[in-house]
Design a protein around this ligand. Structure first.
Ligand SMILES: Cc1cc2nc3c(=O)[nH]c(=O)nc-3n(C[C@H](O)[C@H](O)[C@H](O)COP(=O)(O)OP(=O)(O)OC[C@H]3O[C@@H](n4cnc5c(N)ncnc54)[C@H](O)[C@@H]3O)c2cc1C
Length: 304
C-alpha cells in the first residue's frame, strides 16, 4: 500500500514524485510510455521555462525524470486501464495487476484532437501527423500544410518552414489565437503562406498524402492544395475517459479542481493539463505537481 500513486509522468507527475519523495511519502509513479516527460517530449524548444531558455523538450523531460530518480521515486511502466477511487483504499488497475494507495494523483495530461475528416485516419503516419517536431524532418524540401491557429500551430509552421519548401498554414478564422510574438515570426517567414477563413474538408492520397481539399467559408469556394504532409494542431483533449463517473469533469472533459488540485473525490487529486485551469504549460503542470503533494500531505494528516 503506497501513500500516493501518481498516474502519468509528464511534468506534473514527475514534479509530484519529486515533492512526494522529499515529503518522505511512499510514492509509485505509473507511466504507460517507455519514457517519462509527457507532451514536451514532442516539442523541439521549450523557450518559456524560467531559467532554462531554449532547452529541448526531450532534454527537459529527461532532467525531470533524473531528478525524481535521484530522490528515489519508484516507477512502473504500465498502462492504467481502470481506477476505483471511492473507498479509503484507492485501486489502480492495469491488465496485469492491481495497485493500492491511500491517495491518487491523476496526472494523465492530454492528447491531440483529431480533425475528423475523410482521409485523416487512413493516412495517419503516411503524411498525416500531430507532431511537427517528431515528423517534420521527413518532409525536408517538400510542401506541407499545418491546420490550426493557436500557439502550437504557429510553432509547427515556423518549425517546418526551416526545412520545407513551402508551408500552408490553414486557419478557419481571419486572425490567430496564438501569441503575438509567434504571429510576427510567421508573418516574417517568406515560405509560410497563411490561408485564412478556411477549413480542411478532406485529405487525399494513395498510401501517402498528396493533397488537402480546403473550403473557404467567406468565399464559399472549394480548392485543392498539393502537399506531402498535413500537420494537425487543432487543440488537445484531456485523458480523462477512465475517470468519468468517479471525479467531477467539466464540459470539456477536464477534471474539476482548483490550484490545490483537490477534486470532488476524497483522497483524489488532479495535477497538470488534466485539470480545469487557465494556462496549460510545463510551468503550471509542475506547480500543480507540487501543490498536489501538499494537498496529499494535508489529507493524510487529516487536515482536509
Ligand atoms: C507540441 C507541443 C509543444 C509544447 N510546447 C510547450 C512549451 O514550449 N512550453 C510549455 O511550457 N509547454 C509546452 N507544451 C505544453 C506542455 O507540454 C504541457 O502543458 C505539459 O506537458 C503538461 O504536463 P502534464 O504532466 O500535465 O501532462 P502530459 O505532459 O500530457 O503527461 C501526461 C503523462 O501521462 C501519461 N498517461 C496518460 N494516460 C495514462 C495511463 N492510462 N496510464 C499511464 N500513464 C498515462 C502519458 O503517457 C504522459 O506521459 C507543449 C505541448 C505540445 C503538445
Amino acid at each position: 500500500m503506497y501513500d500516493v500513486i501518481i498516474i502519468g509522468s509528464g511534468p506534473a507527475g514527475l514534479t509530484a514524485a519529486i515533492y512526494g519523495q522529499r515529503a518522505r511519502l511512499s510514492v509509485l509513479v505509473m507511466e504507460k510510455q517507455p519514457m517519462s516527460g509527457g507532451q514536451i517530449l514532442n516539442t523541439y524548444d521549450v523557450d518559456n521555462y524560467p531559467g532554462l531558455p531554449g532547452i529541448g523538450g526531450f532534454e527537459l523531460g529527461m532532467k525531470l525524470r533524473e531528478h525524481a530518480d535521484k530522490l528515489g521515486a519508484e516507477f512502473v511502466t504500465a498502462d492504467v486501464t481502470a481506477v476505483e477511487l471511492s473507498g479509503e483504499v484507492k485501486k489502480v488497475l492495469t491488465e496485469q495487476q492491481t495497485y493500492e494507495a491511500r491517495t491518487v494523483i491523476l496526472a494523465t495530461g492530454a492528447g491531440y484532437r483529431a480533425l475528423g475528416v475523410p482521409g485523416e485516419k487512413e493516412l495517419r503516419g503516411m503524411g498525416v501527423s500531430y507532431c511537427a517536431t517528431c515528423d517534420g524532418a521527413f518532409f525536408r524540401g517538400k510542401d506541407t500544410a499545418v491546420v490550426g491557429g493557436g500557439d502550437v500551430a504557429l510553432e509547427d509552421a515556423l518549425f517546418l518552414a526551416r526545412g520545407c519548401r513551402r508551408v500552408y498554414l490553414i486557419h478557419r478564422r481571419d486572425e490567430f489565437r496564438g501569441a503575438k510574438v509567434l504571429q510576427e515570426k510567421v508573418a516574417a517567414t517568406p515560405n509560410i503562406e497563411v490561408i485564412w477563413d478556411s477549413v480542411v474538408v478532406s485529405i487525399q492520397g494513395n498510401e501517402k498524402v498528396e493533397a488537402v481539399t480546403i473550403y473557404n467559408k467567406k468565399k464559399q469556394e472549394q480548392s485543392e492544395c498539393a502537399v506531402s504532409g498535413v500537420f494537425i494542431a487543432v487543440g488537445i483533449l484531456p485523458n480523462t475517459a477512465m475517470f468519468q463517473g468517479q471525479v467531477a469533469l467539466d464540459e470539456g472533459g477536464y477534471i474539476k479542481a482548483g490550484e490545490d488540485c483537490v477534486t470532488a473525490a476524497a483522497g483524489v487529486f488532479a495535477a497538470g493539463d488534466v485539470r480545469t485551469k487557465q494556462l496549460r504549460q510545463v510551468i503550471t503542470a509542475a506547480a500543480d505537481g507540487a501543490n498536489a503533494i501538499t494537498s496529499v500531505e494535508r489529507y493524510l494528516n487529516g487536515k482536509s
